[in-house]
Design a protein around this ligand. Structure first.
Ligand code: FRU
Length: 522
């Protein structure tokens, strides 16, 4: 039976979603059919297609009672919207169907595990009680399990906060049984947050297993949206700490105040279910205990709550909500019929103990438009390149300082790229080889003053030479640094007519560039 809430949402998205034209959407970053989008959910490959569900409020371009939107794709580029899959329509999820994940059952059905927010059970601060719930595909619909909720407050370890208990990430273990890790605040003693693991033989009946990870250092209020998976012979934990405090100067270049995504690389002893994160190399702060084990996933301004899946061809893929959650609701409602976009899916790999991210290779198939290549010296000037402009591009650029006659003196103080540029606007990337600092700056992109404008990182490769791949879309860019060792993503709302791209140097730079105009067969 389809509930009236689900029916209403489907009617609404069919009618209103049809009014959003292709040109009103990002060209290749996934956006909601209508209304608001946040986290990716249930990112999976099922019955020959990639499935992407998403936190969805169809009725408004601001966050509201959460539904699960749904889309499928065969190439990670073109997504077909399917009817909204879940609506808040039962006792345990009446205030919202929060984030979760998917697994294929042995009988071929797809199981969604999500967090239900109970509208009738609130704590003194007004937070809803959260439980873990299931929905199973029957071919046409995702039917909520009659035994919901399957994990509740009675399954929590001591101190676990039932009002901050969400985002199950499910997988099937080697022996065929199931595990799920769930984010949870803990008020016991000086603990701040924990990631608890639950187990089940059939994916329907669950019990508490153990606390997989706990944080005593108060790195953010809570580590939302955990992912726990094997990669390159190691085990990774990726999670999104909310509201991190500003760390000291060295720290702030790695994790700014606010919401962040971090990863830990470690070893997983499956028999004993213990995860041991590796310590960082000393030059990266091993002496600083708070930074010893975890690293930023994306160092830009907008990336949160990513979800990781295994593709049938063996790739490990990640997609994230390309948005800083703390400023997501700062836009005027009349500005957008849709709000929120995902990152382009990324292939994950390990280089040593470091996560490497690269745009899914399907993007290269879309380099079907103009190709512009240039090799040039830029010497204390600003240059544009004949024919190079646009807002839907894949650009590769290598920059190195011209060797200086005076040994040891860097001939390049700063290199800059401005794009989405017109007379008044631009987004800027600057690189200073002497300090290896790369900065993204959107203070001239025409956004609200309340939004964070810039972020700087220290590029890991300190050779002074940098290689960038920049995916430019209508309202966002993803910058992959030195083969994906670091990534910076950001959104901007510069007018679409701002198509200019310029390069500048203070000092002398050698630049090699190839830019591909992207064309999508819709
Ligand atoms: C992360 C998050 C999740 C929650 C969802 C609600 O952005 O806060 O923890 O499940 O969004 O929309």
């Amino acid at each position: 039976m389809i509930s009236k809430e689900l029916l209403r949402a489907r009617e609404y998205e069919t009618i209103e979603g049809a009014l959003v034209g292709e040109k009103d959407r990002p060209a290749f970053h996934f956006s909601p059919r209508i209304g608001w989008l946040n986290d990716p959910n249930g990112f999976s490959f099922y019955e020959g297609k990639y499935h992407l569900f998403y936190q969805y409020h169809p009725y408004d371009s601001h966050w509201g009672p959460m539904h699960w939107g749904h889309a499928v794709s065969t190439d990670l580029i073109n997504w077909e919207y399917l009817p909204v899959a879940l609506a808040p329509d039962t006792d345990c999820d009446g205030a919202g169907c929060f984030s979760g994940s998917a697994v294929t059952l042995p009988d071929g059905r797809q199981l969604l595990m999500y967090t239900g927010c109970d509208a009738k059970d609130l704590d003194p601060e007004g937070k809803w009680a959260q439980t873990q719930c299931l929905a199973v595909s029957n071919g046409d619909e995702y039917v909520k399990y009659e035994g919901n909720p399957v994990i509740t407050r009675k399954d929590l370890p001591a101190g676990g906060d039932p009002y901050e208990f969400r985002d199950p990430y499910i997988w099937q273990a080697e022996d065929g049984s199931y595990r799920a890790v769930v984010a949870n605040a803990n008020k016991d003693g000086n603990k701040a947050t924990q990631i608890s693991m639950f187990k089940s033989n059939d994916a329907f009946h669950w019990s508490f297993d153990k606390v997989l990870f706990e944080d005593y250092r108060r790195i953010g209020i809570m580590w939302e949206c955990p992912n726990f998976f094997a990669l390159g012979g190691r085990q990774l934990l990726i999670a999104s700490p909310m509201d991190m405090e500003l760390e000291d100067a060295e720290g702030s270049i790695r994790f700014p105040k606010g919401n962040n995504v971090c990863y830990m690389v470690g070893d997983y002893d499956e028999a004993n279910e213990t995860f041991t994160p590796h310590q960082a190399a000393s030059h990266e702060g091993a002496s600083r205990s708070a930074f010893a084990t975890y690293h930023p996933v994306d160092c830009g301004l907008d990336f949160y709550a990513p979800q990781v899946m295994k593709a049938p061809d063996g790739r490990t893929l990640m997609i994230g909500w390309m948005q800083d959650p703390s400023t997501a609701n700062i836009h005027k409602i009349e500005d957008f019929r849709i709000f929120g976009q995902m990152s382009f899916p990324r292939e994950l790999d390990l280089r040593g103990n470091r996560l490497v991210q690269w745009p899914a290779r399907e993007m290269e198939e879309c380099r079907k438009g103009r190709i512009i290549s240039a090799s040039m010296d830029i010497v204390s000037e600003t240059k544009s390149i004949e024919g190079l402009s646009g807002r839907v591009l894949d650009m590769e650029i290598d920059i190195s300082p011209r060797s200086s006659s005076a040994a040891g003196i860097c001939s390049l103080d700063e290199f800059g790229i401005r794009f989405a540029r017109d007379y008044d606007h631009y987004v800027e990337l600057t690189y200073r080889p002497d300090s290896s600092v790369l900065t993204v700056d959107r203070s001239r992109s025409g956004q609200s003053d309340e939004i964070t404008k810039r972020r700087s990182i220290r590029v890991r490769d300190r050779s002074g030479i940098i290689s960038l791949r920049i995916l430019i879309d209508r309202w966002s860019a993803e910058v992959f640094i030195n083969g994906g060792e670091q990534v910076m993503s950001l959104t901007y709302y510069t007018p679409l007519e701002a198509q200019g791209i310029t390069f500048s140097a203070e000092g002398s730079a050698i630049v090699d560039l190839t830019a591909y105009e992207l064309i999508f067969d819709k």
